[in-house]
Design a binder for this molecule. Structure first.
Ligand code: NAP
Length: 483
């Protein structure tokens, strides 16, 4: 199979926050990989912008180190690094000040796509948008990319949308959620809407329930003060888990285009039944030999913020009436694993009897660490001894199906940045989606705050608090193992 790399049009990409953690770990290494893949045209340029006093050479040295550290050795081409670095420039700029803006304006070229990645704190988005406009740096075809968190509740998200809308149309704003850039997430849409096999079964008649798990082994690390003001609901559920839920639950869009897809996702969020705050399991990790407790990590001995969450949701429409969606996410859990499991119902009648054993079909969409999809199907255990049934996974893992080419699959950030240059917003969140998601989460968070509920403690290295297991057990179901 020969992969088709289609170069994008010439561009100037300005990375505000070009010296920050995200730029160093994800954005710049990702751009280097797209360069190696041949997707960057000859005259594409990348301009780092931040307050640090650097010149082009010093910035190139910074990016060389970033590539060294964050691109796997087998994915590097040492001979190409200088060619990549020659595309890079740097401007010292203050988002809130006046210095650097004229220089940036002078650097921008006509006739190429101008994109601006806001990889800075959200408090600076408005300043950047305003100055780009005032200095005539952004034109009607320019794009801006904004990072999460997109607000911390409905009113702040609305304010942020309004600020950006003063200078940019919705079609120019790319709200990034890197979960949507994952190969498997897009493959989920291909599997659902490119085959006749799944869609007829994709409803409450055949699906018993759906589980979405995003488990991390790490604690809050150096992000303690930010995280303690957010918690798992704001940091993970309102954006990443909600987006995954939308892709699983949405109706088939009429076309695979940005507004058709996002209209359908929005309908899912709007169809979510409200959940009472007390119905949600919240947890906080304790200390163990490997690390401090959540409260120690965030240096707040009385913190009531959750580092774990588990909940049951209902999508109130014809397709999903009666099928629960279970979502959970947490830090310092047993393994780093993100997956969606679509658990189908039992066959209506077992002709083989109980002794043959019984298995359910489960479609598993794994986002990390190894992206891939498997469908568990029941077959006869080979050999003599009568009819005994076993469950075998039909593997749709990319490494298997695509062989060495799967090495070339771009990671989420790479793909999404190229989508920005192409002007394709399908995998980015629209302003109304973000607001609808906050509308659903706000009353829950307000309820917790009003009640002063303390999250349940849980042992690190486990699957979270016992109450999370109970959420499933009392309905005769169980979570899939985190491994
Ligand atoms: P960071 O490491 O703190 O970097 C912030 C960047 O902004 C630096 O380059 C800093 O450089 C620049 N900056 C700060 N104040 C500035 C100003 N007034 N004018 C111009 N530049 C300024 O933050 P980060 O982790 O890269 O995160 C950037 C954004 O991405 C945040 O919105 C964050 O929430 C989001 N995000 C990050 C991650 C991640 O993994 N890091 C993941 C998801 C989302 P100077 O100090 O030199 O100005």
């Amino acid at each position: 199979m020969v992969s088709r790399i289609i170069p994008v049009d010439p561009f100037d990409l300005v990375i505000f926050g070009g010296t920050g953690d995200l730029a160093r770990r994800k954005i710049l290494p990702g751009l280097y990989r797209r360069f190696l893949a041949g997707q960057m045209p000859e005259d594409a340029r990348i301009i780092g912008a931040a307050r640090s006093e650097l010149d082009d050479d010093a910035y190139r040295a910074f990016v060389r180190d970033a590539v060294d550290e964050f691109v796997r050795p087998d994915r590097k081409d040492v001979g190409q690094i200088d060619a990549f670095l020659s595309r890079l420039h740097y401007v010292t700029i203050d988002a809130k000040g006046t210095g650097g803006w004229q220089e940036l304006a002078g650097l921008m070229r006509d006739g190429v796509i101008r994109s601006f990645y806001f990889s800075v704190a959200p408090g600076l988005f408005g300043d950047l948008a305003e100055r780009l406009h005032d200095h005539d740096i952004a034109d009607a075809d320019s794009r801006i990319v904004v990072e999460k968190p997109f607000g911390r509740d409905l009113s702040s998200a609305k304010a942020l949308n309004a600020t950006l809308a003063e200078h940019f149309n919705e079609s120019q704003i790319y709200r990034i959620d890197h979960y949507l850039g994952k190969e498997t997430v897009q493959n989920l849409m291909a599997v659902r809407f490119g085959n006749v096999l799944f869609e007829p079964l994709w409803n409450s008649q055949y699906v018993d329930h759906i589980q979405i798990t995003v488990a991390e082994t790490v604690g809050v690390g150096g992000r303690g003060s930010y995280y303690d003001r957010s918690g798992a609901m704001r940091d993970m559920v309102q954006n990443h888990l909600m987006q995954l839920l939308c892709l699983i639950a949405m109706e088939p869009p009429s076309r695979f285009n940005p507004d058709a897809v996002r209209d359908e996702k929005l309908k899912v969020i709007r169809a979510l039944e409200p959940v009472e705050p007390y119905q949600i399991v919240r947890g906080q990790y304790q200390a163990d030999a490997d690390g401090p407790s959540y409260r120690e990590d965030v240096e707040n001995p009385r913190s009531l913020t959750e580092s774990f969450i588990a909940m049951k949701l209902h999508v109130s429409n014809w397709r999903w009436a009666g099928t629960p969606f279970y979502l959970r996410t947490g830090k310092r859990l047993r393994a780093r694993a993100s997956e969606i499991a679509v658990v189908f119902k039992d066959a209506p009648h077992s002709i083989f009897g109980d002794e043959a054993g019984h298995h359910r079909n489960i479609l598993t969409i794994r986002l990390q660490p190894d992206e891939g999809m498997t469908l568990g199907v029941t077959i006869k255990e080979p050999g003599p001894g009568g009819m005994r049934l076993i469950d075998v996974p039909l593997d749709m893992t990319f490494a298997e199906a695509l062989g060495p080419e799967s090495e070339e699959i771009p990671d989420a950030y790479e793909r999404l940045i190229m989508d920005v240059i192409r002007g394709n917003q399908t995998l980015f969140m629209r302003g109304d989606e973000v607001e609808a998601a906050w509308s659903w989460t706000d009353p829950i968070i307000e309820g917790w705050e009003a009640r002063g509920d303390a999250p349940k403690p849980y042992e690190p290295g486990t699957a979270g608090p016992e109450e999370s297991q109970m959420l499933m057990h009392r309905e005769g179901r169980r979570w899939r193992e985190i491994r």
